[in-house]
Ligand binder design. Sequence first.
Ligand code: PRX
Length: 636
Amino acid sequence: MSTKIKTFVEYQQQYELSISNPEAFWADKADSFVWRKKWDKVLEWNFEDPNIQWFINGKLNITENCIDRHLSTKGDKTAIIWEPNNPDTPVRKLTYNELYLEVSKFANVLKNNNVKKGDRVCLYMPMVPELAIAVLACARIGAIHSVVFAGFSSNSLADRIKDSKVSLVVTSDGAYRGNKSMGIKKIVDEAIVSCPTVEKVIVYQHTNEPVHLVEGRDVWWTEEMNKVSSTCEPEIMDSEDPLFILYTSGSTGTPKGVLHTTGGYMVYVDYSFQNIFQVEDNSVYWCTADIGWITGHSYLTYAPLLAGATTIIFEGVPTFPDASRFWQVIDKHNVTHFYTAPTAIRSLMSFGLEPLENSKLDSLKVLGSVGEPINEEAWHWYHNHVGKGNCPIVDTWWQTETGGILISPLAGITPTKPSYATLPLPGVQPIIVDTDGNELLGNNVEGNLCMKFPWPSIIRTTYGDHERCRQNYFSTYKGLYFTGDGCRRDEDGYYRILGRVDDVINVSGHRMGTAEVENAINEHDDVIESAVVGYPHDIKGQGIYAFVICDNTTKNVETLRVEITNVVAKIIGPIAKPDRIQVVRGLPKTRSGKIMRRILRKVAEGDISSLGDTSTLLDPTVVDDIIKGALVPLKA
Ligand code: PRX
């Protein structure tokens, strides 16, 4: 296992080493894993095509590294603790030995159902251990998993299934969420109607609600598991063979399938996890993210298992049965490392300190934050009331495309600073550029955040459309990977992420493309056109503000709002519901027809003091009307 950095000086030395000789640096990190064949060359890359390859011709299986290699020393150690939605439901624990058996069996189930290396398998499931088992079973046989968050609608699910030509879907009958239970299988059924590539559906029974099994297509998880043996030799994968696809929103078009490969992803997520979180052998690590997002892939499933740690899968929500749930769970399992999103912290802050009063929280050692900028108030609340002033907060900046955390403090080793992700990890070479792509050197600068050198878990392509990958990330600034984030490097050289500079909004840590939400809104029969922007939201970080033109409608505004909201929930999923919908008679457009979003953003923020020159607009009077009808108090 790779050695952990233990002092700030060591961090600085390692950082220097990683820049002066990246290949030697990463070869050393990769050496600690089980490879069936060692790589011939550490790295080949260019950011023009882009073409990035790590550990070339190395052969391995990531599950052998997540599970098999721990069995002789840690077979009886708990790998996964499952904390159910309802605290009265019994907890489940799987040791590394048990995880080995379950993953091997489900890998055999997949094989029995005709899944072969390279096939795409879609997982649409609640947060149960079987989701992690299915992820690992895919990796065991070299199938490419595509996990779709079970809050997405049947439409969104169908789009993702079609894009990657999935042959098998794994799902469950239903899911619990707080005091509700929802059908999941029926959403899959609706989606598959338009997905001819799907041949099989495996259904895990969880809520016991009635489901309809389609003869010849649908089978029960448990029945299939009873038919197979509990050993499955791992498929030998090339280092650059795909491991998974994960769809994420961008500023244009439909969500794209970010593709990660095997060797580099494994090395980087393990290295970053061990150094940032500094887990020990007896640590209990809890990442609250859903496996449907990248955080749940990298830092709930793969990295903790690669490190031989104990990882918690939580099925529930922070406020069920009440707002003390997180704190109760921390005491119940003696959680040492807790990793959550600012939106959860802000939402729990709003309940005051009472929900914390009956919890000791004295097992905690390290706190983590991910997904969006954490404001100073939330940072201090987290630090003082959850960490009791004793736990470093690692504010981890990264993206679906980066595969792993790129900028973050190392817990207890490097300094923290409220609302700063602070310093890049060894091997990570951030650069800040102005809009023309000129590098902004030195400290006290602000601009767009790029990377000038690849790290092992960087995106390799967008599934089925390499040009889209090139255009999105590698064409804005020549020779650089562009993150889409604005960033400041302060006087001490610490990085602070300022948020997206493209048409992506970050709602409760979930990425949403404005175009995607607009397309959904436009599906409403009475909507002629719409424009969506983000605005500051106390709990969600950003909220969705939609300006819509509805001509010739006989409906009143309230009815329209409800209907439009429902359309968006149906087309994308409830997470994309607009927070505010303003019906307008026109949108601020230039003479060439381009919507001036800058103006809409200002109105949504409630700030009309600096709208800029509106005289070049096709019809400047629409702006006055929009201001009059705005849904927030406006500052002149
Ligand atoms: O804007 C940044 C924000 O989330 C975006 C990436 O979203 P996604 O791919 O869904 O991954 C989220 C989990 C890694 C980034 O472009 N973001 C993520 N982490 C932080 C952040 N913004 C500020 N601080 C962070 N720690």
